[in-house]
Each structure stands twice: as C-alpha cells, then as structure tokens.
Design a protein around this ligand. Structure first.
Ligand SMILES: *Cc1c(COP(=O)(O)O)cnc(C)c1O
Length: 454
C-alpha cells in the first residue's frame, strides 16, 4: 500500500470552537494580581488595555468550549487547516522505530503559528469599535503576524520594534511595512517613556521592556486604541488550540494517537496550542500521553526557574502572574531563537507543570541548529530557530526509542519556518555560534529579588 505523507483536512473541518483547558483543570491557576493593590484581578481591570472579549476570555474558568467567530474562521481559512506530516525521511536518517509526525504551522502567510491569535485579537478589537492597535516586537514574528491581521480587519497598527532588531532584522520590518503597519524603532521620541530614555541615554539600543512601555503608553493615551500581546496570556493559548484540535483529527486519519507531544517554549502559546486538546484526554479519560516543552538552556524558566508571582514584562507594568520564572529582570543571552528569550511561562502552563501534567527539557543552542539542519536536509523545510528546539527534543525521544527498541508515536509542532532567519543559519554554518550556560547563582540572583507571594 502507498504510504501517506501528509494528512489534510477539508476547510469545513477547521475547528468551530477553541478549547479552554482552564475549565477542566484539576487545579485552577492561582489568580493574577493587580500590581498596585495585590488583589485578584477582575475583568474590568483589563478593559482599559485589552478588548473586552479578550479580557473576558483571559479570565474565563467555566466554558470548556468558546465559539470561534465566523469572521475569524474566514480569515484562518487563508492557510488553515494546516497539514500534519509524517517525517519518514527524518525517521530513516535517525534509524528509529518511532513514528514521528509534525504539525506544519510554517505554512501561514507570516511563516508562524502567531497569526492564529493575531487574527482573533484584531477581530475582537475591531468588533468593539477600536480603530488603532499597538504592540511591541523583539525578533519581529509577532509584529509581522499582527500587521497582516490588522490589515485583514481594517485597523491601524503601530509596532514598537526593539531598535537593535529594527536595524539587524530589516526583512521582518519590511514585511510589517508591506502589510501596512507603522514600525517605530524603540526607544522613540513618540512617547514619554521613550523620550525619557533617549534623553538619559541617547545611544540606547532598546529592549523589549522599553518597547512594551511605549506600546502600552500609546494605547492608553490614544482614543479607540488597544494593546495586544502575542504569547504568555491565557487568551493567546486559547486561540492556538486550533493547532491541536486539527492535529487530533489528523492523527485519527493516520490511525495513531501520540505517546509524546512536543512544542518549543517561549511564553507557551504554540506548546499550549498543540498540547491542550490532547491533554484533555489525560485529564478526562486517564490517557498517558507525555507533554514536553522544549526551552533553550540559556533561558530555562521551566527546568530551573521558580514558581513565584512575577511581572509579565521587564519594566513591571503588567499584573502579577503566578508563573515559573527566572525573574523579570533576567537578561537572557542573545541566542538566535529570539522568540524563546522570555523570562516566564504562562499561568496555565505553570500550574500544569506544578501538577505534573507536563514536563520540560532544555536544549543547547548548537543542538537546536544541528537538529534544524538535519530536519531541513531530510524533510526539506528550514525550521525557525525556535522550532528547531522542538525538533531536537523529538529527535532525542526518537533516539531513546531506538535504544530501547520501542515504537512510540511522537508528535511535535513546527511553529514556523526560518526563511527570514538565515543570518542565524549563516553564523551556525560558519561555526560562529556557541552554547551558553547559566550558574545556579545567575538564576538565584534574579529570582530572589521577587516578592514572595505564593
Ligand atoms: C514566537 C515564536 C515562538 C515562541 O512563542 P510561544 O508563545 O512559546 O509559542 C516559537 N516559535 C516561533 C516560530 C515563534 O515565532
């Protein structure tokens, strides 16, 4: 019989609802706290900053399923359902008896999974009469996704892009501008926060913390303007569950069920997206699938961080989130997987981790590129440096199967392609990249500064 390589769903099988795992978690995440009063956050506290529907989704602990608006489904159809692919060539190169599958989110027009949430967020902003939205971007993937989403729903978007990335990653900036966004190198003279920093340090190259402050300030001081975020928050993970819900149907087409599900881990949105629909069956039916978050060794919040209340941003503007964190002042090394350089993990994933419903591994930078190149040479797709962490973790699991002589079914999420990250591959191929290790003291220094509220 001819072997099937890709499992494809019809457009009509694009999910009609998102899966809200919080409603079914054995232990709910602890509440987010207001940064001023330290009281549990109420929906109204979030309304000035976020669209109301998104704020309500953020704190929804009761509805298991949440309808995906028809308008959002219509835009998702530009690239969804995405393929599930059996990585036969990678299996062969590894000589493993394991069956390896990947969900290919790199087929979105922006090249990553981030569009799944960007479209939903832009839609809800538009629906409540917002005309302008703001955000910040480091490496540029989120800004890129939001630029297309804003255009799709007729919103004006201002993206504060960390100045050094603005200069070093011109193609992501070009993409954002092609889709009509205004891209501002941060720090800028357009906000009080930016002017302050530029007055004190005229040559400051920018940081994500400063860019966040600028984006929030602009949103709060502009009428009909909202702020958006591309990871970490519950509503972002919710929107990403289309990945796992499709994969569930596609694994069924393949006649298999995953023993292991793997995603790379920045703030947790693509990992949540591929995992939660399968984790549902562990929670409700006692299935024994393992869920593995793959984070970089240089930013190991899940494997070496501490569970504490911490701010979501460097500057300390956001609510306090109960999370595994390295401390909001932690400055990760400048690895090329920019999307994984975040100090904390979302609150849902942090609770799941605490409850032993998932696990985490750390991957060295060189191992991730090694895996990325092997994947490119066998399956043809050059993965994003972030996604290469998931590939490396999948390879490790597949090699374990080879050693033990067991046939396991491994599913990982290919969160994006690396075609706009070729400078990173150039440096890897030239032998100019290195690993970074952290001492316990490096970690303890930042985490011990946090107020102990858990
Ligand atoms: C942003 C990004 C990530 C990391 O973010 P998560 O919210 O953890 O998913 C991973 N892969 C790609 C391609 C990204 O753009």
């Amino acid at each position: 019989m001819e072997k099937t390589k890709k499992f494809l769903l019809a457009e009509s099988e694009l999910p009609k609802k998102w899966y809200n795992i919080v409603a079914e978690m054995p232990t709910k995440p602890m509440p987010m706290l207001h940064p001023g009063t330290k009281q549990p956050l109420k929906n109204e506290d979030l309304y000035p900053l976020f669209a109301k529907d998104l704020a309500d989704q953020e704190l929804n602990q009761t509805d298991v399923w949440i309808d995906i608006p028809e308008e959002v489904r219509e835009k998702l159809k530009i690239y969804r359902p995405t393929p599930l692919v059996r990585a036969y060539n990678l299996e062969k190169a590894l000589g493993t008896p394991a069956h390896i599958y990947f969900k290919n989110e790199s087929v979105s027009p922006v090249g990553s999974h981030k569009l799944n949430s960007a479209l939903a967020q832009a839609y809800y902003c538009k629906k409540e009469g917002t005309t302008n939205i703001t955000t910040e971007t480091g490496a540029g993937q989120w800004g890129t996704a939001l630029s297309f989403a804003a255009k799709a729903f007729g919103l004006e978007l201002a993206v504060y892009m960390v100045k050094i990335s603005y200069e070093q990653k011109p193609y992501r900036r070009s993409l954002m501008q092609t889709w009509g966004a205004q891209v501002i190198p941060s720090p800028s003279m357009s906000t009080k926060a930016g002017r302050q920093i530029l007055t004190d340090h005229p040559n400051y190259q920018g940081s994500l913390g400063t860019a966040i402050s600028e984006a929030i300030e602009l949103a709060m001081s502009t009428p009909n303007c909202k702020y958006t975020l591309g990871s970490v928050l519950n509503h972002v993970s919710l929107h990403q569950t289309v990945i796992g819900l499709e994969a569930e149907k596609q694994m069924e087409m393949a006649g298999e069920y995953p023993d292991v599900v793997i995603g790379c881990f920045g703030g947790g949105s693509n990992f949540s997206g591929i995992s939660f629909p399968f984790m549902r069956h562990n929670i409700n039916e006692g299935k024994k699938t393992r869920f593995i978050a793959a984070e970089p060794t240089s930013c190991p919040k899940l494997t070496r961080g501490k569970f504490e209340y911490d701010f979501g941003d460097e500057a300390g503007y956001t609510p306090l989130l109960p999370m595994f964190t390295l401390g909001h002042s932690f400055a990760p090394a400048h690895i090329h997987a920019g999307g994984l350089r975040y100090h904390g993990a979302g609150t849902i994933v942090s609770q799941l981790m605490k409850d032993g419903l998932m696990e985490a591994v750390d991957i060295e930078q060189l191992d991730s590129f090694n895996a990325g190149v092997l994947f490119a040479q066998t399956e043809g797709i050059v993965p994003a440096p972030e996604s290469a962490h998931a590939i490396a973790a999948a390879i490790n699991e597949a090699l374990k199967c080879k050693e033990e002589g067991t046939t396991k079914t491994i599913l990982f999420n290919l969160s994006g392609h690396g075609l706009v990250d070729m400078t990173a591959y150039d440096q890897y191929l030239a032998g100019d990249l290195m690993n970074y290790s952290l001492s316990d003291k490096d970690i303890e220094n930042n985490v011990s500064k946090l107020e102990h509220l858990v």
